[in-house]
Design a protein around this ligand. Structure first.
Ligand SMILES: Cc1ncc(C[n+]2csc(CCOP(=O)(O)OP(=O)(O)O)c2C)c(N)n1
Length: 350
């Protein structure tokens, strides 16, 4: 199990985890905001759809582990957290940091070293296989196929499809900043394994939405053309970041999921109670982003269909700042997730 990670050297990090996984015959439940899913050719044991797999109770029961090695922080997935909390496997956390990384207070031993140093302890050998690994791999193949089929056929502007398409479309090694909150979750749900070598960046700690635009511009400055995936409130929190435009060298495309407010809060029970939900939780701002971009002299384009969107993502321009706005329906998309995320693993069979 490997959590959010922004390693200094993604290739070395992914190789260490691949070595560990193949030496032990363990599957790797790979977080979306980590380079792992984008170095898939290093490791056949990568599982990207665990959140969806664990929504099927009989699979969740069949796949209960005795031992978990967790690299770094806890993955984002709530399904995964609940499952671990319920079954309390023996857990080893590999991370050089001194903080307590087990908010669930499980049967945990913290090994304070890097995964690179940890992996070196395991001698090189042939890849180990196990029936447990095979179950995970079979579930991953079937759930990914069903997910790809559903999203591939979808014409409507569902928020999660943007994350799914970015994985398939961005040029290799595009620096990508992902804002909290639903963009990070949609990357976690939908981002497929591949070989793009992309390192996703994000703000850690309390997952603040402050400073998102400035962070993305900082990452993109003097780099290859970069992309930011963000919600409307996270972008609005830091619009004066656009003032960097006169000093910025390079290109940043901002994929703006505009659902007019905080989509994340639609997942909470309070969403059923309006008032006060819209005024105090969702906080829609009804901003015209075309006008906002004009104020800052930033390029703007409204996306009306997916083909237009993917055409803009590859190749990316070489300079300037550009906003691609996708207008979505906050309530309908929250309902889509609630209704459909549990369906992809229903028919999995071994
Ligand atoms: C500085 C800061 N203030 C408030 C929050 C609480 N918060 C988390 S997500 C969120 C809303 C984000 O909305 P948006 O960027 O539109 O993304 P969506 O949830 O719709 O995907 C807020 C206010 C936070 N994380 N950081």
């Amino acid at each position: 199990m490997a959590g959010p990670a922004q390693p200094a050297n993604p290739d070395v990090y992914c190789r260490a985890i691949a070595h560990l996984s193949q030496s032990l015959g363990y599957p790797v439940l790979a977080e979306g905001i980590s380079p792992l899913r984008n170095y898939a050719n290093l490791n056949p044991n990568l599982i990207s759809t665990y959140d969806l797999i664990l929504r099927n109770p009989s699979l969740a029961a069949k796949l209960i582990p005795d031992t978990v090695i967790r690299i770094g922080e806890m993955p984002t997935s709530k399904q995964l957290r609940l499952w671990l909390e319920k079954h309390q496997p023996r857990q080893w956390i590999v991370d050089p940091d001194g903080r307590n990384l087990d908010p669930l207070h499980g049967k945990t031993t913290h090994l304070r070293l890097t995964v690179e140093a940890f992996a070196e302890q395991f001698p090189s050998q042939e890849s180990v296989s196990s029936p447990y690994l095979d179950f995970w791999a079979a579930a991953e193949t079937q759930v990914r196929r069903s997910l790809d089929q559903t999203l591939g056929q979808m014409d409507g502007l569902f928020e999660g499809k943007a994350a799914w398409l970015l994985a398939k479309t961005l040029p290799p090694e595009t620096p990508l900043f992902v804002s909290s909150s639903m963009p990070i979750r949609d990357v976690e749900f939908f981002w497929a394994n591949g070989n793009s070598g992309i390192q996703p960046y994000f703000n850690r700690g309390a997952n603040g939405i402050d400073g998102s635009l400035s962070t993305a511009l900082g990452i993109a400055h003097r780099q290859q053309s970069s992309v930011m995936l963000t919600g409307d409130l996270a972008l609005l929190h830091d619009t004066n970041g656009f003032l960097l435009r006169n000093h910025f060298v390079g290109h940043l495309t901002i994929v703006l999921i505009n659902n007019d407010g905080g989509g994340i809060f639609e997942m909470l029970p309070i969403a059923q109670f309006n008032p006060p939900f819209e005024t105090f939780f969702a906080t829609p701002q009804a901003i015209d982003f075309a006008q906002l971009c004009a104020t800052y002299n930033v390029e703007y384009e409204l996306m009306t269909h997916w083909e237009q969107f993917t055409n803009r993502l590859n190749p990316l321009p070489e300079s300037g700042i550009r906003v691609l706005e996708i207008r979505t329906d906050r309530k309908a998309d929250a309902l889509w997730r609630q209704t459909n995320l549990g369906k992809f693993a229903i028919d999995v069979s071994f």
